[in-house]
Design a protein around this ligand. Structure first.
Ligand code: SF4
Length: 354
């Protein structure tokens, strides 16, 4: 529940929109087609019924294993199939990861995300990643990992270690997906999301825009996410970072307003989820950031690098926050691995409560 709302007498608070899981493609496309101001007004109105509009959650992302990935995601410099000049790094030592986590905490991050360029973790990798999760949790940070596809057992191991979030993106619409990735299916991705949910972890799942897809594909991606049995708690919306050597290196620019529209529609479809500005922020100026926050984005990755692509410097984000009157979202510390945070709407708990 939003802290803004908690200061408002109950009788004055506007009703919260229904959380829906039955959006049709036509409805989602109709949102994209709204006049820009109407769309943003609607998104902002919904946003403030669930969140403090002047708080943005801050996460830091560390690449714990870089490059040499066997998958063929057309946007990704970490795929072994593309010659991008990326320096390959094997899985980091646990203590090195924790050093970075301490630094992230000192610079204001509340969530520490760790990403490994794998198709899926191998059994020999699991003890190391489990130790990382435990260490990050002991620092009082929320933990998130993205390690590729997970089996049910691996999801269980990570949940048991205390992992709060697992990131696995759907990337784009089911129709456009085959143009971007051929080495794993959409169904594979949905299955991993199922395993993460079944294990009791929170889901971080979103996609990438600007890959040459149509607006209907952006609608299709958001429709898929919004129609999951439970909305992802975190929805990263990435703008393609064109990397030389990848098949999408020469992709045309996406109209920046189309990016903002995507944020706004995500906010409307998934009112209680954190919508995150992720890759591509280096290309976005301050005005675009401000517009994205107004459209309902309320989470960013903060730090020097976003996996292998540049990310705006942390102090630039903080300076913009100060100019806009935005504060980094704090979180109550908890020792329970999957304790629900009041900063997140828990659809299951809400329906139990009637
Ligand atoms: S996006 Fe992930 S799975 Fe795809 S090539 Fe890059 S690291 Fe591998």
């Amino acid at each position: 529940m939003s802290t803004a709302l908690s200061t408002m007498p109950a009788e004055q608070a506007p009703p919260q929109p229904e959380i829906r899981h039955d959006w049709t493609r036509r409805e989602v496309e109709a949102l994209f087609a709204l006049p820009f101001n109407d769309l943003l007004f609607r998104a902002q109105s919904i946003h403030r019924r669930y969140f403090d509009p002047n708080q943005v959650q801050v996460s830091t992302l560390l690449s714990i294993k870089t490059g040499a990935c066997p998958e063929d995601c057309a946007y990704c410099p970490q795929s072994t199939r593309y010659d991008t000049g990326l320096e390959v790094e094997k899985l980091m030592e646990v203590e090195k990861v924790l050093e970075q986590a301490r630094a992230a905490k000192a610079s204001g991050a509340t969530r520490f995300c760790m990403g490994a360029a794998w198709r899926c973790p191998k059994p020999r990798d699991m003890p190391h990643v489990v130790a990382m999760v435990k260490g990050v949790r002991e620092l009082g940070l929320e933990s998130c990992m993205t390690l590729g596809m997970l089996t049910r057992e691996q999801a269980g191991q990570l949940a048991e270690a205390g992992l709060d979030y697992y990131n696995h993106n759907l990337d784009t619409s089911p129709e456009f997906y085959g143009d971007i990735i051929t080495t794993r299916t959409y169904r594979d991705r949905l299955e991993t999301l199922d395993h993460v949910r079944e294990a009791g972890m929170k889901v971080c799942s979103g996609g990438i825009v600007g890959m040459g897809e149509q607006q209907s594909d952006r609608a299709g991606l958001l429709q898929q996410l919004a129609n999951l049995p439970q909305h992802p708690e975190s929805v990263p919306v990435n703008m393609l970072v064109r990397v030389q050597g990848t098949p999408l290196a020469e992709e045309e620019d996406l109209d920046p307003f189309e990016f903002i529209r995507t944020i706004a529609v995500a906010r409307i479809l998934m009112p209680a989820s954190h919508v995150r500005l992720s890759a591509g922020r280096e290309e976005m100026n301050e005005q675009m950031h401000a517009l994205a926050y107004f459209a309902g984005a309320n989470s960013i990755f903060y730090g020097e690098k976003l996996l292998t692509t540049p990310n705006p410097r942390a102090n630039r984000d903080m300076a913009l926050f100060a100019r806009l009157g935005i504060e980094p979202e704090s979180r109550p510390l908890s020792t329970e691995p999957t304790a629900p945070s009041p900063l997140f709407y828990d659809a299951a708990a809400a329906s139990e409560a009637g």
